[in-house]
Design a binder for this molecule. Structure first.
Ligand SMILES: NC(=O)c1ccc[n+]([C@@H]2O[C@H](COP(=O)([O-])OP(=O)(O)OC[C@H]3O[C@@H](n4cnc5c(N)ncnc54)[C@H](OP(=O)(O)O)[C@@H]3O)[C@@H](O)[C@H]2O)c1
Length: 331
């Protein structure tokens, strides 16, 4: 497994991590606990060290799963989890946000317990709370570092100004945002470049476009009734069909190179800088093996240019989140 550093002086992790969210939540299509556990074990065997979860996945079931399965491997893995999105069982698509220092202190205890560990390697604020200055939230996180409960601090979906303000209070080790061929927003917003300039690792989530860029998804009707993607504008009706054309171009380029569409999509993300560590998500060993192999793929300048021409900025039809969730993205 290739190794990357989250920022020039940050921790070393595998060049790709494993996104675990779909194992217990959101992508209910094909969920199988035994296969998810086998995938986690296989990831450790393959040399993956960065495992990504959050308290709101489930909620809580995802951390429980990782805590149970990864406990025997604890010293070989780098556990990243997140706090700050509040869910309401009565309104499944609603998202509350909290970055209050008391909430931070309370949340970390639950995550430590569920992950069966005495320290979290990377603790992200999942969404910036517009009602609480980021300096206050990061101040609480800095206290947790001093207490030894967390090792490194991260932010998810934070704007450049927020990143700079947070980094002035305590070094930020990683920023996690959606980034892929069909979501090139971090290039436009300057987040990717800001992280490089400040020595912060950048962790693209949904690097496979929540499965769309794999070329395996054929119809919005193929999702289980409670699969999250039924609520995502990009996966609905006319948008889905228009986006299929984008993926066809990716499939053709991948075929010319003799790799899968997923591998080409991951290789493009990995080529965006040495500080970039994507966390493709899967709950199956089969896809894990395929994704790990993408780390060894080096793209030519011509291939990169070809992909960027096929996927210009804002190429995807439809927003990446429903309107209410888009509202929680810090811009
Ligand atoms: N910070 C945030 O706000 C945020 C938001 C979303 C996600 N995340 C994190 O980022 C991680 C990754 O993102 P993601 O899971 O949303 O999306 P993703 O990695 O772009 O795509 C995951 C989907 O692609 C499928 N897949 C993966 N590899 C494949 C392959 N080689 N061939 C065919 N299909 C393949 C998976 O199928 P199976 O499910 O069948 O394996 C799953 O449906 C998550 O697990 C989570 O930890 C963070």
């Amino acid at each position: 497994m290739h190794i990357r550093t989250l920022g020039p002086s940050g921790p070393q992790v595998s060049a790709i991590g494993l996104g675990c969210m779909g194992m217990t939540d959101f992508y209910s299509t094909g969920q199988d606990r035994a296969e998810a556990a086998a995938t986690l074990h296989r990831a450790v065997e393959q040399g993956i060290t960065l495992f990504d979860t959050a308290d709101m996945y489930g909620p809580f079931t995802n951390e429980d799963l990782l805590g149970e399965v990864l406990a025997p491997h604890r010293d070989r893995v780098f556990l990243a989890t997140k706090f700050g999105i509040l869910r309401d069982p009565a309104r499944p698509q609603h998202r509350g946000v909290s970055g209050h220092p008391d909430y931070v202190r309370q949340s970390v205890e639950g995550s430590l317990r569920r992950l069966r560990t005495d320290r979290i390697d990377l603790y992200y604020q999942h969404r910036i709370d517009p009602a609480v200055p980021v300096e206050d939230t990061v101040g609480a996180l800095a206290d947790l570092v001093a207490d030894g409960k967390i090792r490194f601090i991260g932010l998810s979906e934070a704007a450049t100004d927020t990143i700079r303000r947070a980094h002035a209070v305590h070094p930020v080790t990683a920023v996690q945002s959606e980034y892929s061929l069909w979501t090139r927003d971090p290039e436009e917003t300057g987040v990717l470049a800001t992280c490089a300039a400040l020595g912060i690792g950048f962790v693209p989530y949904s690097p496979l476009g929540r499965g769309f860029l794999t070329g395996e998804l054929k119809s919005p009707d193929d999702f289980a009734p409670d699969d999250y993607r039924r609520h995502s504008p990009r996966f609905q009706g006319e948008n889905f069909l228009r986006n299929l054309h984008l993926v066809e171009a990716l499939r053709q380029m991948a075929a010319r190179r003799g790799v899968s569409a997923s591998q080409l999509a991951l290789a493009w993300v990995l080529a965006q800088g040495p500080h970039v560590v994507p966390i493709p998500g899967t709950k199956r060993r089969r896809w894990l093996d395929e994704n790990v192999a993408a780390v060894a793929l080096t793209l030519t300048a011509e291939e990169r240019a070809g992909l960027e021409a096929a996927f210009p900025l804002r190429a995807a039809a439809g927003d990446r989140y429903p309107a209410e969730s888009m509202g929680t993205v810090n811009r």
